[in-house]
Design a protein around this ligand. Structure first.
Ligand SMILES: C[S@@+](CC[C@H](N)C(=O)[O-])C[C@H]1O[C@@H](n2cnc3c(N)ncnc32)[C@H](O)[C@@H]1O
Length: 278
């Protein structure tokens, strides 16, 4: 499952667009706050924000962390961190440019109270990251992360209760096929990171599952459109330029209403080092 995780993220245009998106829309802030609320941060001294990007998750952590805590935000994309360093200023926060798989090399062994990873774990080599988190955590320390619904193979009931309207993604596929004669992306071989696989890999690393919950995030079409404009999320497999992809996006968006709501599902996982939950 190891991937070239740097692909697309270490890019000024993506980093600027991502930071602007997180300032204007709640998606990453809301999921970060959810993880922070589950990590028992008020009694934590050393906290890691894994795959922290431009710092949205670090900000959620800093809101709950004690005044004398140390927060390490680690990401392997310098362009993302350059923006974060400019915009998130807190003496408790340290920026570390490194791969998540190398976490243990950047933290005191067994000295970390909590590790959080918002909207990124499936981009990493999961078994290497779980092993590194286990080495970094103190006994009883918490590891909290989320997995996008498609990657986890979960769907919140709210997603099924909405009026049946084509999603922005499916409209984009239709227009791409019509205007450029390009096929839709091939259906994958099933979810990449379902809960049984997560539980097995956590156990293999010496971590115990404490809680798993499927949550729903309600998103307007306007927010989806802004998210799909972030260059890293454009479809590289099409060979189309970013400008062409944005033209397709605008045609698709014109067929929706800005306030129409879509539901994004997440699998939220809380694990800890050690057996019985503290
Ligand atoms: C969707 S962003 C999430 C950033 C942040 N957690 C937030 O919620 O705003 C995903 C981030 O994961 C980082 N990333 C992906 N794979 C990584 C890896 N193997 N090691 C470190 N960072 C990684 C990317 O560089 C990017 O900044």
């Amino acid at each position: 499952m190891a991937q070239d995780a740097l692909t697309g993220w270490d890019d000024e245009a993506t980093a600027e667009a991502y930071a602007a998106f997180t300032r204007s829309f709640p998606m990453y802030t809301a999921t970060s706050r959810d993880l922070a609320s589950r990590a028992r941060l008020t009694t934590s001294r050393t906290i890691v924000d894994l795959c922290g990007g431009t710092g949205a998750t670090a900000q959620a952590i800093l809101t709950l962390a004690p005044h004398d805590a140390q927060v390490i935000t680690l990401d392997n994309a310098p362009a993302m961190q350059r923006i974060g360093r400019r915009t998130v200023n807190d003496p408790r926060l340290t920026w570390t440019t490194a791969r998540a798989e190398e976490l243990a090399e950047h933290t005191p062994a067994g000295g970390v109270d909590a590790v959080l990873c918002n909207s990124a774990i499936w981009k990493t080599d999961v078994s290497a990251v779980f092993a590194a988190v286990r080495r970094a955590l103190r006994p009883g320390g918490r590891f909290v992360f989320n997995v996008g619904g498609g990657f986890a193979g979960v769907e919140h009931p709210d997603a099924r209760s909405l009026p049946a309207r084509p999603s922005l993604g499916s409209l984009i596929e239709q227009i791409t096929a019509r205007d450029y004669r390009l096929p839709s992306p091939a259906a994958g071989a099933g979810p990449q990171l379902p809960l049984p696989a997560i539980t097995r890999q956590l156990a293999g690393a010496g971590l115990t599952l404490v809680e798993a919950e499927v949550t729903a995030q309600h998103t307007t079409m306007a927010e989806r459109r802004a998210w799909l404009s972030i260059p890293v999320f454009a479809r590289p497999d099409t060979g189309l330029s970013y400008r062409q992809q944005m033209e397709i996006l605008e045609k698709a968006y014109a067929q929706t209403r800005p306030d129409d709501v879509t539901v994004t599902s997440w699998l939220v996982v809380v694990a800890q080092r050690g057996g019985a939950p503290e």
